[in-house]
Design a protein around this ligand. Sequence first.
Ligand SMILES: [Fe+2]
Length: 241
Amino acid sequence: MIDLHCHLLPGIDDGPETLESALQLARHAVASGIRFSMVTPHMHAGRYENRAANIQRATEDFQRELDAHGIALRLRAAAEVRLDHEVLAWVVEGQVPFVGRWEGENVMLLELPHSHVPVGADKLVEWLLKQGIRPMIAHPERNKDIMRSIDKLLPFIRLGCLLQVTAGAVAGAFGEGARARAVDLLGKGWVTVLASDAHNLEARPPELEPGRIAAAAIVGEDESWNLVRYRPARIAGLEAN
Ligand SMILES: [Fe+2]
C-alpha cells in the first residue's frame, strides 16, 4: 500500500520527536503493509516553518537511516500545507513540494483549519488551480464545519479538489462524527485516497489496512484497493504492485 499523507520525519513538526521513535513508526508502517510513504510535514505559518529544501534534506537523511536499519520503506518528500495567505508566496517562490500529479497538474495536500472552513478558502483554491495546482483536501471528515454540514465541502468538490480521507477515521478511530462523515464521502464516491496521517504509534499510527477493510464494506473490495494502492500510485507516479 502507498500512504500519501503521514508525519514520519523526526523533529520537524508534531510527528515523532526522536530518530528512534521515527524508526519505530517506519517499522510499524512496513509491518502493516505500507511500502511507500509520502512524508508530508506541516507547512504552517508561525508554527512549522518548513519549506521544500529542508523537507527534502530531512527526507533523504531519514531514508538513509531506514536503509541502514534494513527497513523496507521508500520515502518521498512532500508537505501538508495549511490554508493561509502565506500559501500564495510559498507557491510563487516554489517552496511547496507536491505529493504528485493528477491529470497534468501538480497536487498539493491542503489542510483546512480543524475548527471551520474559512471564508475565501474557495478563492484560494481558484487561484491555485490557475497556477496549475490541484488541491487535495486533507481529512475533510475531521473538519467541524464539514462534520456539521456536508454543504461546506461542495464548493471544493465543484472546483475539482481531490479528497484525502483518514484511513483511521473510516475505521472509527476519530469518533463517530468523523466516521459518519467519512462514510458519507465514500458513499458519494468523492474520496480520492485514504491515507494514515500518522503522527505516533498511540493515537495516529501509520496504518491503512483497518480503514481499507472498513471502506470495502461501503465501496466494495476493488475500490478499496484503488483508495490505498492504485490511485495513490498514479498520483505519486509509482508502479502499483
Ligand atoms: Fe497531517
